[in-house]
Design a protein around this ligand. Structure first.
Ligand SMILES: C[S@@+](CC[C@H](N)C(=O)[O-])C[C@H]1O[C@@H](n2cnc3c(N)ncnc32)[C@H](O)[C@@H]1O
Length: 199
């Protein structure tokens, strides 16, 4: 099952970024870095069934697809990845960053809402939001026939956008991994484990 995780952040701001205090100086770039590692890495290699798209209010939309990334160069811990992400996001032209280990990331000219609209127009039925209040993932899998491709939206700290009027209007089904509030990176890892059991 090909999985694309969708994450949106309005808080990432790298003006005061320092590697000494990534959470406090970047608007929680660390959350994205941990989530990227969870989504793309799997037992010493890239998980080619998994992609992640980040929608950043200040920097734009970026698609991380392992097919276009070099595993040998890819930063494999949160600090190195945050640092490379910071250099990439602050660069004038991401196509001109050949020395950056994240060379291969694609910049998309789509906002979060327009991306969701595009999925809807494309008629891709398998778009879900991850939320404690949703139906249990295991239950959802019983009701749904297996899917080739699935899009999974992971909320941010305040969960403001997944509770916004504009977003609720899409009426996207919610799935849960239980009543405990998990970190975004843990949510991604747990989902991948559950989906791997289906293969
Ligand atoms: C609330 S944010 C927390 C972000 C946090 N600052 C971090 O470091 O990851 C985590 C997101 O993970 C998902 N999530 C967390 N716990 C969950 C659960 N039990 N079931 C489904 N999704 C969950 C939701 O999308 C939620 O918006």
């Amino acid at each position: 099952m090909k999985t694309t995780f969708l994450m949106k952040s309005d808080s990432v701001d790298l003006e005061q970024y320092t590697i000494k205090d990534i959470p406090g100086s970047s608007g929680r770039l660390d959350v994205l870095a941990r989530s990227i590692l969870s989504a793309l890495l799997c037992e010493g290699q890239f998980d080619i069934n998994s992609k992640l798209i980040i929608f950043l209010a200040r920097y734009g939309t970026f698609k991380l697809d392992p097919r276009f990334l070099d595993y040998s160069k890819f930063p494999k811990n949160e600090i190195l990845l945050s640092d490379s992400l910071c250099k990439l996001l602050k660069s004038e032209d991401i196509h001109n960053i050949h020395s950056n280990p994240l060379n291969g990331i694609k910049k998309l000219d789509l906002s979060f809402i327009s991306f969701i609209k595009k999925l809807r127009i494309k008629g891709s039925p398998f778009l879900f939001i991850l939320k404690e209040s949703g139906i249990l993932f295991s239950q959802m899998l019983k009701e749904q026939r297996l899917m080739d491709e699935i899009y999974l939206i992971i909320g941010n700290q305040s969960e403001d956008f997944i509770n916004s009027e504009e977003f609720l209007h899409f009426n996207i089904p919610e799935i849960s991994l239980g009543s405990k509030s998990l970190l975004a990176s843990t949510t991604i890892r747990l989902l991948k484990l559950k989906m791997a059991l289906l293969r």
